[in-house]
Design a protein around this ligand. Sequence first.
Ligand code: AMP
Ligand code: ZN
Length: 461
Amino acid sequence: MKLKLFNTLTRKKETFKPLKDSEVSLYTCGPTVYNYAHVGNLRTYVFEDILRRTLEYNKYNVNHVMNITDVGHLVSDADTGEDKMEKSAKEEKRSVMEVSEYYTKAFQNDLAELNIKTPVTWCKATDHIQEQIDLVKKLEENGYAYTIDDGVYFDTAKFKDYGYMARLDIKGQRAGARVEIVEGKKNPTDFALWKFSPKDGTKRQMEWDSPWGVGFPGWAIECSAMSTKYLGQPFDIHTGGIDHIPVHHTNEIAQSEAANNTKMANYWLHGEFLIMKDEKMAKSKGNFITLQTLKEKGINPLAYRYLLLTTHYRSKLIFNWKNLDAAISALDSLYEQFKKLDNAGGESNEDFEKQFVASINDDLNTPKALALVWKLLKSSLPSATKRATLLKFDQVLGLQFASQENIKLEVPKLVKTLATKRERARRAEEFEEADRLRKEIEENGFTVTDTANGPRITKKK
Ligand code: AMP
Ligand code: ZN
């Protein structure tokens, strides 16, 4: 069964054919490190991890590059407003460097807890200023750049097919009487390649000299410069969340292709959003849930991973506690069943494996792959075969079945008694007492969570 992926460029499921026989070049847009990642952001990184693991399951070597945006991402995607990094540094009374280091570490920690594989190369925008300046120079030489008071801009009217991937209605946009926010821009869709530092005397923490004047790079230029540096052009696959289609990725394509005269990437994959009650999760909307929020409730991050796998990456997923509760119970049950399987060797089952490959190779159909896990456990296959097959599936699912075998949670008698008392208090609606008992349980190094199947005790993280 050949691997098929939905390509946003063509809006079709295509048979995947890499440039080289056994290696795949993959660029995944990384986070802007001015705050913690929210669970919505993390959905995109889990989808990308499933993509990478699926490629590896298909025996490709994956050269995976992820950037860290630590400059140039402005509060508005339309090249106006403060730099998100500078704003956060001001609010937190720290240097931009400190903010960047702190949230980069927090992000990498989140990836590890979700069992997301580490990219082969991490690259930071501020470590590649020269490469970005060189790219802007090239665009200037090729006649795509112009300089105005505010900075150097890309002239989108000069680039044939600008907005093709996003199917943007450029004519409509150009004809529309939209008031320009940046004075001097030739077309509404033109975007900044290099922005000048403010002329009103406000001092930026991050600014660099350039042939055009002191300033900082535009948001998308880093991805064009770094993907070319580490993967060449064209490369195989470029990914991100769907919000990147109309602006960020559209601009990356324009810059890279105008500079190098070749296609940027052959396949573009985009993950749908995680939404909360009909609204997308956004840092500004007060519905900001992080992995830490889940951990504080005693939830295993892998239960969140399981929840994400229950929905296809191109469908919206509504986040609510009920769905997460169901995922917690489901994963618990899988772990329990797995622990009981015979671990005395055993070969995986070919028929199930074939069905599994057919699911993941069909544009990463994880809901189908999970259904297969349950079917396998219910089947009449020998216990050791089930175990071996499940471990193979887990190379893609990444739910860490193997490590569960070693975890035998020893809950001290005192904690068990406290948990029973707490449950009694909770049922009697004596919430103050229940809260006090929860705290006592935590003081003893454990966490109690209420799930659909009753209270669950886990080790405090
Ligand atoms: P940012 O740090 O804002 O650049 O976003 C990091 C990644 O998360 C990008 O690939 C976004 O497309 C993605 N993203 C942002 N919000 C959501 C959401 N609610 N659901 C899924 N992905 C998201
Ligand atoms: Zn990018």
